[in-house]
Write a protein that binds this ligand. Sequence first.
Ligand code: HEC
Ligand code: HEC
Length: 291
Amino acid sequence: MFSKVLKWAARIVLGLVVIVLTVYGVFNFIFRQHASKKYTVTVRNIPIPNDSATIAEGRHLYEIKGCGECHGADLRGKVVVDDPAIGRIAGNNITYGTGGLPESYDNTDWLKALRHGLNTANKPLLLMPSEEFTRMDDHDIAAIIAFCRAQPKIDAPSIPIEMGPMGKILSVMGKIPLFPAEKIDHHKEQPNQVAKAATKEYGQYLAASCTGCHKPALTGGDNPVPGAVPVANITSTGHVGKWSQHDFITTLRTGKTPEGKQLQVKDMPWNMTAQYTDEELTALYLYLRSL
Ligand code: HEC
Ligand code: HEC
């Protein structure tokens, strides 16, 4: 009697293991299909100046677009996610030092990475938010590239990306945005230059950097990082609707909201928004208030 029960229990456990492995196998297969998809794109080449004013603009953009969050302030690369279940994801060394970009990595390759989310083999770059960068105008993209290319070479190994089982499953389910290339309209041409001024139009242009977390409509919702705090609604129907321009600027520079909440950099990256100029924050405020 007892051995019969044991036998059945063993069969059930074995059956469950087989089911779990099969399901995981399917997820793994779909993940590989996404990761190995090869794209055909025509990169529109634009001139990349190398004067000091452009490089300085590029430095500011490198800071406000959060490149340093994943590639480090000095471009040597940085581990972004390191979790046994999710995986290890690191932005690579994007200097021309040993372990970084090869000497042959040219302006077309930079544009392909930033505007199309693809590597030199035309395969998707993981996690790199190119669906936001692709919305930048020629002037700004050129300035970022000019800045990056002007940085000193650093010898530091790029840490290879290794996805864990949970990371693959969540990405296939669309819970973590691993394949920005899939969200890009690869034929869309960006304007030459958007007018920089304290206007809501310029605010809309800048808000591309907020949509990854606050969602395209900026009304917030689930956090793209599994298990993290929900993302706030930052349109006029949220707290921002009650804030003065001064409140808004102070919040984005200090992380302290008028309601007395201290935003944590790991949730809301105000270390990044603190780098915006007054003009940029005013433009963002005007745009968000118009929603
Ligand atoms: C959220 C993290 C994140 C941010 C922000 C980010 N990157 Fe990346 N980037 C990555 C990761 C991860 C890779 C490696 C992806 C891969 O190899 O699949 C990468 C790769 C690259 C590459 C190498 C492409 C190649 O062909 O190997 C370049 C160049 C680059 N990023 C530039 C930038 C610049 C410039 C910015 C800011 C405008 C930026 N990145 C912002 C995560 C990020
Ligand atoms: C990496 C994800 C991320 C990005 C990028 C991001 N935010 Fe946030 N933001 C959050 C999260 C999460 C919260 C809620 C934090 C909390 O409740 O503690 C938040 C909160 C806020 C708040 C406070 C809202 C309130 O009701 O108190 C403002 C304002 C804000 N974000 C503005 C912006 C703007 C403007 C941008 C773009 C320039 C931006 N955020 C980019 C994740 C992000």
